[in-house]
Design a protein. Structure first.
Length: 266
């Protein structure tokens, strides 16, 4: 391997859809070309990292900027394909910017799937999944992930629970446990396929709560002595699961973290 070698990733990272391999050329679409050339002011000869969620991460060099977009030549693979732990996030959408925040932080915290759910008190009936997908891609580019989690379409909570796989635990962020002194995780909580469920600002209805607590897969999750906003609860719950059962336990097969840098906001 030439150049910086494995582990020394480029500060600028871009997600692309096509296959990646040494010697191939990639033509960036207009939005990525604008970002690279006009926001970051990169010119031919500049190097960037490319990933597609399948082939690992590759170093590429900008060859030219044309009307059709920026053309890059792939030089070498600099990191193998990473994978997140088997963790899903289920959450009731809130206001636009706060929903964007939840999706962004879910990527940074290593969720493999993000599933917006409609509950009795959810105050958002529609979501623009393309916008949320774009937020997830940007978060993956900036945090060092070599994958982008699936962003599912908004679905009724009841329908998801009806088809829920028995082997996947649901860690229910239950605001009623705030200040109760209950343990963060109940004794029956174990490692393995999991999902974190965060409800709407108005909480779950009595019917929803009864249905959830009747499911054998549900595990109550205590998020501390204070009641948290929905977006804070999502971050806290994911972080707690990662610290107890996930890829925060030393070396793992997941992606290396990034300290940020010059990517900036798009």
């Amino acid at each position: 391997m030439n150049g910086a070698g494995r582990g020394e990733r480029e500060k600028i990272r871009l997600h692309v859809e096509g296959a990646l391999g040494a010697g191939q050329e990639v033509l960036l679409p207009r939005d990525q070309t604008h970002y690279l050339a006009h926001v970051l002011r990169r010119r031919p000869g500049s190097r960037v990292g490319l990933f597609n969620g399948r082939d690992g991460e590759w170093r590429a060099e900008m060859v030219e900027i044309g009307r059709a977009g920026a053309r890059l030549r792939i030089l070498e693979r600099i990191a193998p394909q990473g994978a997140p732990p088997d963790l899903w996030l289920l959450f009731a959408p809130v206001k636009k910017t706060r929903t964007d925040f939840i999706v962004e932080k879910a990527v940074e915290l290593g969720a493999a799937r993000v599933l917006p759910v409609r509950t009795r008190f959810t105050n958002t009936e529609r979501l623009k999944s393309e916008r949320l997908r774009a937020r997830a891609v940007e978060a993956a580019e900036q945090c060092g992930a070599s994958w982008v989690p699936e962003i599912a379409e908004l679905a009724p909570l009841g329908a998801l629970l009806a088809a829920w796989p028995a082997e996947r635990q649901i860690f229910l962020a239950d605001e009623r446990l705030a200040g109760s002194g209950a343990p963060v995780f109940p004794p029956e909580a174990t490692a393995g396929p999991a999902a974190v469920l965060v409800g709407p600002e108005g909480g779950f209805s009595d019917e929803e709560r009864a249905r959830l607590h009747a499911l054998p897969a549900v595990r109550p999750l205590n998020l501390g002595p204070r009641i948290l906003r929905a977006e804070t609860a999502a971050v806290a719950a994911l972080a707690l699961w990662q610290a107890r059962f996930g890829d925060w336990q030393g070396d793992s097969a997941g992606d290396a973290p990034s300290t940020g840098g010059e990517e900036g906001e798009r």
